[in-house]
Design a protein around this ligand. Structure first.
Ligand code: NAP
Length: 305
């Protein structure tokens, strides 16, 4: 099958190559999915799981990409809950070959049915950003209606989902990012926008929940903005410092079929808009995933027409 592979961590994104790889085999409780569209997070080249298996052994050449939408083509031993021919979308295991390929072997529990009226391209754009936002806001952040949320990178892949889901849940959302993203963040439902290059973050005052997708100095300054009893949720590593009178959580997103279903329902009825910037066929994936300019939304690789 055709796949994008990486073999050299030092080469970063530029080391991606289009290659022929053997078709994967379904292990216990796996399905094989014929992939129609694949999503990729640009930081994947920095993740240890891109390069090693769970025992820390080299697993290159590895296939990156961890989001997919496609059709189930085979079932592994003992697999239940999904059937051959079913449209699905979901989140692939970090330590196994991923989704920038014509097929993937994936545990059935990592997938959810993709409704017939949700395009594969849209389906592949949702799992990581949608689940990360959902889990950060509702599971880890315990967000309640009427609370305030500071959504960093509000025009980005995760931030745009955070902004929309928090606004829908009745929170007052303050988005942040670069000046050029102000209108995009407001369109996703932020009530205010902080230009991180020009505005003073401290002027935001106190908020109930900070959702940090940036880290570094922005993360450090954000801890002070958490109100007593509030939460700093980070997806870019453990927050240092932690809020004085609040909670700090860092987590890695997990697959969840019920939450994927909630996300798909919202996309169907228009409550949630995806944030796709570029769609390219797999033959052009290497160039599309190595853009020369600034990305304006997620890049989705269309593996089958
Ligand atoms: N732990 C987890 O489970 C998990 C899950 C998903 C993502 N992540 C991580 O979360 C981060 C964000 O992912 P993403 O897919 O949402 O990325 P993304 O689409 O690039 O969004 C990040 C947004 O933040 C903005 N931004 C970044 N640094 C900034 C700065 N210093 N000042 C102003 N704006 C800034 C970016 O603008 P520019 O494009 O101009 O930089 C972009 O709009 C990545 O590090 C990713 O690895 C972690």
């Amino acid at each position: 099958m055709k796949a994008i592979i990486v073999t050299d961590q030092a080469a970063g994104l530029a080391g991606m190559k289009l290659a022929e790889r053997p078709e994967p085999r379904a292990a216990i409780n796996d399905v094989i999915v014929r992939i129609h569209a694949s999503g990729f997070v640009p930081t994947e080249m920095d993740w240890p799981s891109t390069w090693t298996d769970r025992r820390g052994r080299d697993r290159t050449p590895s296939i990156p990409g961890h989001e997919l939408a496609g059709v189930v083509s085979a079932l592994g031993y003992g697999t239940t809950g999904l059937s051959i021919g079913q449209r699905v979308f979901g989140l692939a295991d970090w330590h196994r070959d991923g989704t920038l390929a014509e097929c993937v072997a994936i545990e059935a529990r990592n997938l959810a049915p993709l409704p017939g009226d949700v395009d594969f391209t849209v389906g592949a754009s949702l799992p990581i950003s949608g689940l990360t936002a959902w889990q950060g806001l509702f599971q880890h952040g315990r967000l309640q209606a009427g609370q305030s949320v500071l959504a960093h990178g509000a025009a980005g892949a995760v931030g745009s989902m955070v902004t929309q889901l928090a606004a829908e849940a009745g929170a007052y959302v303050i988005g942040t990012g670069r000046a050029a993203d102000r209108q995009k963040a407001l369109d996703f439902g932020a009530k205010e926008f902080v230009d991180l290059d020009k505005d003073a973050l401290s002027d935001v005052g106190g908020v109930d929940l900070v959702f940090d997708v940036i880290g570094g100095d922005i993360g450090k300054r954000s801890a002070r903005l958490v109100r007593t009893g509030g939460t700093l949720v980070s997806v870019v590593g453990p927050p240092v410092p932690r809020p004085e009178d609040g909670r700090a959580i860092d987590f890695v997103v997990e697959a969840d079929r019920a939450q994927l279903g909630e996300i798909a329902e919202r996309v169907r009825d228009g409550r949630l808009r995806t944030n796709i910037g570029t769609v390219a066929p797999i033959e052009e994936a290497v160039a599309a995933l190595n853009p020369t300019g600034r990305r304006k939304g997620k890049t989705i690789i269309r593996v089958r027409a």
